[in-house]
Each structure stands twice: as structure tokens, then as C-alpha cells.
Write a protein that binds this ligand. Sequence first.
Ligand code: PRP
Length: 211
Amino acid sequence: MQEMLKVAMPKGRIYKQAFKLFRRAGLPMPDDSGDDSRRLIVTFPEANMEFILAKPVDVPTYVEYGVADIGVVGKDVLMEENRDVYELLDLGIARCRMSVIALPDWQPVLNPRVATKYPQVASQYFRERGQQVEVIKLNGSIELAPLIGLADRIVDMVETGQTLKENGLVEYEEIFPITSRLIANRVSYRMKNDRIQQLCDALQATISLPE
Ligand code: PRP
């Protein structure tokens, strides 16, 4: 009898794509494993897996503390949270990029302000370029900041570019391409190595196949 594997899954954008990938990798999960219900723990006995449906930013925390053995998380969150976990696999889903964005008439200013959901990543990025900026942490709708004069630039995610287009903003520089990653708790990775490795192999084989 295999041990139960606890998986932290991010609710929202990544969720459906991650489930679809897990199913394609041969895990016996139902088609309708949507996150529209309010349930926070979903068990799939056939797969001997338990899914913890978490806020994306909290996934690395659950995995670091070992309440989840593995997790699915965006590289953006992984970089920002900087938790002590293993990054096992690039799942190649939820592809987007983290970019520096501003109004089209943006000009360098004295004491520039940058608004972002990713203060650690943004600070490091500007520090490495020798640029001194004041980073302002926001929790969403980051594109508002340059529109209403809170910041002259933002660091945010771009997927389709629709949000930028609809708000008259321009992408000045791509910082990193972003995809979702499979991460593991360090102890779980040792104790449940066969199980986790099996899952990694199945996912890896699936990722390289056309849908
Ligand atoms: C994300 C991101 C951008 C938008 C990019 O926001 O912060 O605002 O999606 O997607 P697009 O290029 O396809 O338009 P999200 O919808 O997660 O919500 P938030 O603004 O609350 O962060």
C-alpha cells in the first residue's frame, strides 16, 4: 500500500491547468476537479493523494513546513517567498513573464517609486542594476499604480498583455519568463522518494508530449 501523498495546489489561474496535467500524466483524478467549491481539502483515494487547496502565495510555506509533501507553484511566488524547498520540475504550465511596466511617456525621475506584488524580486532586480528605487508593496491590481500616480513604474506579471492594453501601459523590460514548478519538502523528498520520483517521471514524460 502506497503512502498518502499530500499536494498543495494553488487556487486560481494555475489550478485547472495543473489538474489537467496531472490527469494527462495518468493520475486517476476526476475531470471535474474544479476549485469552484469551498472545500479546502480534496482526497482522491484511487490516486492515494490528498490535495490542499491553498492561496498561491502560501504554497511554498505549506511545503516548507511539511504539511504538504509537494506543491505546485508559480516561479514568481517561489522567487519572492524564497522558502527552503526543493524545486523538482518545470511543469511548463501557466506560462507568462515578469516585467517592468510603465506609461508610454515614462521618463527616469529622481527618487523613483516602483509598485509590485513582488518586493523582494523587484528590489533585487533594481539593486543589481545599480538603480535606487523605493519599492511599494501592493496586493493586486498593480496596474493602477502608474495610472493614479502612486508609482512611476510597476513590476508585474504579463500573460496575454490584455491588462496592459486596456490600461494604456507599456512593457519596458522582461525580467524573467515564468512557469509553474513542482516543489517538494526536503524530508518528504527523502522519506517518500519513490512515490515523488514516480510522479515526477510521469509528469516529465507528459510535459514533453503534445496535448
Ligand atoms: C495578473 C497580473 C496582471 C494580469 C496579467 O493579475 O498581475 O494584472 O494578471 O494578465 P494579462 O496579461 O493576461 O492581462 P491577476 O488577474 O492575477 O489579479 P491581480 O491584479 O489581483 O494581481
